[in-house]
Structures are given as C-alpha cells and as structure tokens.
Write a protein that binds this ligand. Structure first.
Ligand code: GDP
Ligand code: MG
Length: 283
C-alpha cells in the first residue's frame, strides 16, 4: 500500500561510509542515475529486510549551503517533502566536522536519526562516546553502528521506522539571543504556507541571506528590506557578517558537545619527545 511506504534519505560527509551502508542494507540492486539537471549520481534502492522502505543515497557534502551541485541536490531533496526520515551518517572518528553538517540537517525539522559509523575504529582507538549525551544535545536519537562490520544495523532501522512515524524534532541548539530574536521575527513573517517544522530552517537561511531561499519563498521587497535591517543590526552588534556568525556559532556549539560527550584515550604514541618530557616532569 502506498501509504505504508517509507522514504529514507542517507545524508553525510564524503567518506563517512554512506555507500558501504547503502550497499549493505540494499544489496546495491536499485536505481542508479543522476539528480535532475546535474551530473551528480543518484542511487535509490529498497531495503533488503523490508521492501516498503526505500533508501536514497545523497551526495557526500559538508554543509547545506548551496555552493556546489552536491549541496544543492541534497538540500533540495531534503526539503522536497519526499523523505520521511533522514539517516545522518557520521564518521565517529571525525565528530566535529561531521556533526557540523548533522546540526544543519537536524534544523530542517525532518525526523533525523544520527548513525555514528565506524564504531569498530572508535573501539579500537579506545575512545568512549556517550550517545545519550549526544542525543540530548542534538535533540534526536543517536546510535553507534559499523557499516563495514555489520553492527547495530537492525537496531538502527527499528529506530528509523519509529522516527519516520514521528513529527520530527525541535533542534536543541540555539544561537545567541540577539540572533534568536531576529530568527523569531523572520519566522513570524514567513508565509502561512511554510509548515511549522520547516520555519526555523527557512528563518536561518534568510538570516544567512541565502538568495535561493529568498527566491523560493517569493517574499516581497518590502519584507526582505525589513528583515535585512534586522540582520544588519545584528551584524553590527556582533561585528561579523551574518553567514560567518551562523557558521561560528554552530562550530562553537559542536565543540562544546563533543567535549562533553567524548572521552579520548590519551595517544601517548603520538606525543613528541619534548611532550613526553613535559608529561614526565609535570607528573
Ligand atoms: P562514502 O563516501 O560516505 O560513501 O564512504 P564509503 O562507504 O565509500 O566509505 C569510505 C571508507 O570508509 C571505505 O574505505 C570504507 O571501507 C570505510 N568504512 C565504511 N564504514 C566503515 C566502518 O564501519 N568501519 C570501518 N573501519 N571502515 C568503514
Ligand atoms: Mg559514497
């Protein structure tokens, strides 16, 4: 039945293991083509364990800013209304970089399940990741998996099905209050046709002066000028441009989250001779 179909989007940075996961869970016998209008590969296939679940492998990207065809395809698909849930694949050995994208995907309002991939390497390195803490700080479920070793995959898809039936999460991350004030103001001025769970995403994009979103929402000039005056005030106050303000605050938040949720085993073998002497002396 059409309404029991679930569409899952696989999102993540390049090299986080999306293709390994995709091949494992689908057997890799699906559709391979291009995204509309561009020569960026699109792969889609049914989940081996449940034919009602369709998986779409999105191009590997670093951000949802539309500066490359890959980023544009990914965000167009996420905002298209087709995916019911996103599996955000994260290289758990490179959390800061990967969670920067995860934070933005969570902001789309779509239900997200974060899959911390490469669990085998994390274990081998002797590091500890507190997934409950990460989950609280991000506002969505976080699970450890290894696509290569086929670990945690069944549990992941049990959660994915639950999340697909949910309304999505409210992001835990908040920007500084002067930015949040402008975001609230923008949200309140968005057309009524923008659904509740997507309003924050669009407000942030308008704050960043994303011209594609400005065009897509078709806001009148008066409203755009009004919004711009608020953004400019904020830029003066923070002495930075709007896009950098957003980027820096996202990184700062992620750094704090990783700091609290990850315990790295000290890598003595990587220390230089003088580091070792310092350690010896201070001990
Ligand atoms: P993609 O760019 O996100 O599609 O990443 P790939 O699936 O091509 O994987 C990138 C590299 O990471 C490959 O060498 C994979 O074998 C490896 N890889 C993927 N998943 C895992 C994992 O769970 N554990 C380990 N150790 N390596 C993995
Ligand atoms: Mg790939």
């Amino acid at each position: 039945m059409a309404d029991s179909q679930i569409h899952v989007a696989l999102a993540g940075n390049p090299n986080c293991g999306k293709t390994t996961l995709f091949n494992l869970i689908t057997g890799a016998n699906g559709y391979v083509g291009n995204w509309p209008g561009v020569t960026v590969e699109k792969k889609e296939a049914k989940l081996l364990s449940d034919k009602n679940v369709t998986i779409t492998d999105l191009p590997g990207i670093y951000s949802l800013s539309p500066y490359s065809p890959e980023e544009q395809c990914s965000r167009d698909y996420l905002m298209s209304g087709e995916p019911d849930v996103v599996v955000q694949v994260v290289d758990a050995t490179n959390l800061e970089r990967n969670l920067y994208l995860a934070l933005q995907v969570i902001e789309t309002g779509l239900p997200v399940v974060v899959a911390l991939n490469m669990a085998d390497l994390v274990e081998k390195n002797g590091d500890k990741i507190d997934t409950d803490k990460l989950s609280k700080k991000l506002g969505c479920p976080v699970m450890m998996i290894s696509a290569l070793k086929n670990k945690g995959i069944k549990e992941l898809f049990e959660q994915v099905k639950k999340s697909a039936a949910s309304k999505g999460q409210v992001p835990e991350h908040k920007f500084d209050s002067s930015i949040e004030d402008v975001l609230d103001h923008i949200e309140n001025n968005l057309p009524a046709s923008v659904p509740a769970n997507k309003r924050r995403y669009y407000a942030v994009k308008l704050f960043e002066r994303d011209d594609k979103v400005q065009a897509e929402l078709n806001l009148n000039k008066e409203l755009l000028d009004h919004i711009d005056a608020h953004i400019t005030d904020c830029e003066k106050e923070m002495d930075d441009d709007a896009e950098s303000i957003i980027t820096n605050q996202r990184y700062a938040y992620i750094n704090g989250v990783v700091d609290k949720a990850v315990k790295k085993k000290p890598r003595t073998e990587n220390l230089t001779a003088s580091d070792k002497i310092d350690q010896f002396v201070t001990n």
